[in-house]
Design a protein around this ligand. Sequence first.
Ligand SMILES: *Cc1c(COP(=O)(O)O)cnc(C)c1O
Length: 415
Amino acid sequence: MKVVTEVQNPLQVFAQMESEVRSYCRHFPVVFAKESGHTIWDTAGRDYIDFFAGAGALNYGHNNPVIKEKLIEYLTKDGLTHSLDMATEAKEALLQRFDEVILAPRGLRYKVMFPGPTGTNSVEAALKLARKVTGRHTILSFTNGFHGMTIGSLSVTGNRTKREGAGMPDAMDTAAYIERLLEDGGSGLSLPAAMILETVQGEGGINVASDAWLQSIEKMCRKHGILLIVDDVQAGCGRTGTFFSFERAGIVPDFVCLSKSIGGYGLPLALTLIKPELDIWKPGEHNGTFRGNNLAFVAGQEALNYWQDDSFGKSIEQKGQMVHSRLEQLVTAYPYLHGEVRGKGLMQGIAVKPEGLAEAICTRAFERGLVMETSGPNGEVMKFLPPLTITDEALKTGLAILEESIKDCQRKERG
Ligand SMILES: *Cc1c(COP(=O)(O)O)cnc(C)c1O
């Protein structure tokens, strides 16, 4: 009986009750029930390889067994769950571990702010503090950047569809152009408080900023006294092969926004890293109820163990190279894609020309058992964001499913 209902419309309850704003469930029209490692199962028991990883919130895989054990242990001993920003054992352990494994070995000094549990909370906090520190208001941001869905974050987000929900004006700029505007007194551009960027644009289509470009941006910011915010919500936590995505360029941002995988287990957690001399907040000046998600502290702390030495980073690098060469192969083998391979580490994509094709291939891939999303201003990029812990074998299987889906769509295209 249950099976029959599900076959008819597995999403009936959602269609009836959940707001029209829902989106991912439209792309993956099944009800999910279980997940482990790089695999998700639906209620019918079908398994899917995950090349999406919760948009980068599940870098350490689904129900990572080591992290799960720590969580169960913590729950069993009645550890605090919610604590506002009170001092807790779990938060203390996370802070210490973060310094030990991440900050100190990289020679970085940051104060850690807990701005509320989401990426956009982290961005809002950075924008607000940058304005407070400089006494200036304007924030420079980039075309196709994505920083979140609250008004402040949206105002620096350069994606039209996402901004239309709130009717925000356009914001775009490039390095040389900004420099010229700043130097031209008559340009009307008032000196900005800060600049915000992603080193690899996740939602914007896997656009990789070169090291040289990042260095020149940093230099320009220093020269003009503009604060540099790196939004590492998606590209951070190892996604590009190093813990911070900006490490490769050797730049040191004034603020770093982290969320998504910093909670280790898909649990909501965000950090805003602040250069100590810029931490001019007064006590309680930026507040929020859910800044003390202790389960996320416990999971996040455990996840940092992956960064104790450089082996995890190396494995990401290696898997990234494998994905990259396989994607290059596909682009060559299927010229109808007019494909272009982009990305770093396990944050990769293929931009394809024919309109709607990326979406069609992802839809087909899902029918064949692979969860994958599109990104880019016109959804023209197939995005590969597997858990960083995925096995080589699952990567290969996923990529084989992708190839079959590309073939299916080619047949359709030819009629
Ligand atoms: C996902 C994302 C955000 C927003 O995070 P939320 O938790 O959805 O608010 C901000 N910046 C980047 C780069 C992201 O990928």
